[in-house]
Design a protein around this ligand. Sequence first.
Ligand SMILES: Cc1ncc(COP(=O)(O)O)c(C=O)c1O
Length: 440
Amino acid sequence: MPAAPLNPLAQASNDALKKDCPVVLDLLSERGKRFFFPAKGILAQGAEAKQKARTANATVGIATENGAPMHLAAVSKYFNGLTPSEIYDYAPSYGKPDLRAAWGKKQRAETPSLGDHPVSNPVVTNALTHGLGLVGDLFLDPGDVVLTADLLWENYNLCWETRLGASFDYFPFFDEKLTGFNLPGFKAGLLRHRGKKVVVGLNFPNNPSGYTPTRAEASAIVAALTAEAAAGTRLVVCIDDAYYGMFYHPGCQTESVFGALARASDHLLAIKVDGGTKEAFIWGLRVGFLTFGVKNGTAAAYKALEDKTAGLIRAYVSNITNPGQSVVLRALNDPEFRAQQAEKVATLRRRAEVTAAECRKAAYADCWDVYPFNSGYFMCLRLKGVDADATRVRLLDDHGVGTIALGKTDLRIAFSCLTEAQIPGVFGAAAQAVRAVRGH
Ligand SMILES: Cc1ncc(COP(=O)(O)O)c(C=O)c1O
């Protein structure tokens, strides 16, 4: 069957990209090229009525009473401090404007390399998983190449490979001696796809290893991507900042590489995927953001990308949780927010420090190597001479300790949910499990 003709609004967005950022237009998937925000339909008529309907507004698909969204006491008794319209109304598909502005301001303040370079207004997503899904929808056709570290959050595969048919290529995240980021491996990965379109996935602090590159490594990553773009590769760089702010070592690069990459090259579209999930400790509230940056980005090009993103949101889920967005906005404006956040990060830092001392005890040297970690929620052990899943099962069955086995050799431990007092016992039990599986 022939494809449906392109909607004029999609055509207009594509034309805006073609004029200002032609490489970005070229990077879009077929679906990405087809998408647009239906600005002239029900939503636009509703918005117009909101401005002008003085007598009665019969446009919106909610029910109202006494000038507010109708609601039940059985529901409202669970909310404290939000108005009915902050809870029950629909939010716009792009997200609540005040929240988008506040998050954009926060991003810029935390990303000095961005300077005054224009980036898009963040579009609100149903937390980071949804943001990653949207990146895939916009930029991945079946067979398109994704380059990521071999240590990655497994949901990337489900999201981009299983759902969208992308083809993953991996670079070894750490060097052979496990001292730090494997820059030669990363460069070799890029080189394998020179001259083509590649979606690169970067995630620091990394899940599962808990590693954030040092400042020198981060600069080298930016330089490698910039050089690759100059060599003719067309790049989408997806920067998953899920664990942003959870840095425990003074050597960590504490600024997102989005800042430098957003102004690196016309051939490199940087996309920041971030949100409240881990930063504000609100896992189940589901509030995240997608932000675009490219060297030759203009207001018109960013609007085209925001429209396509909001159109996809409208098509799948219509809009994102209003109470979740309202809570995040109020929290960002709360004078106590930063201090409370810092207190929780300090708790995690202490757990990371105890973990670092325990896991490297000489008594465990025969059991595992420790992948470098300096940030985030996790650390990973590379087990010696035993199967990771067999060790995981033994640890669970014999000691009641839950961990995650990854691949044949790696065991991921979330120190983020262990008390300092629990940590020594967990590593002691892990060593016993390794030896039990090994048979001595
Ligand atoms: C690296 C990484 N990215 C994204 C996510 C998804 O977060 P969210 O709960 O906001 O969808 C996670 C969650 O574990 C993660 O570890």
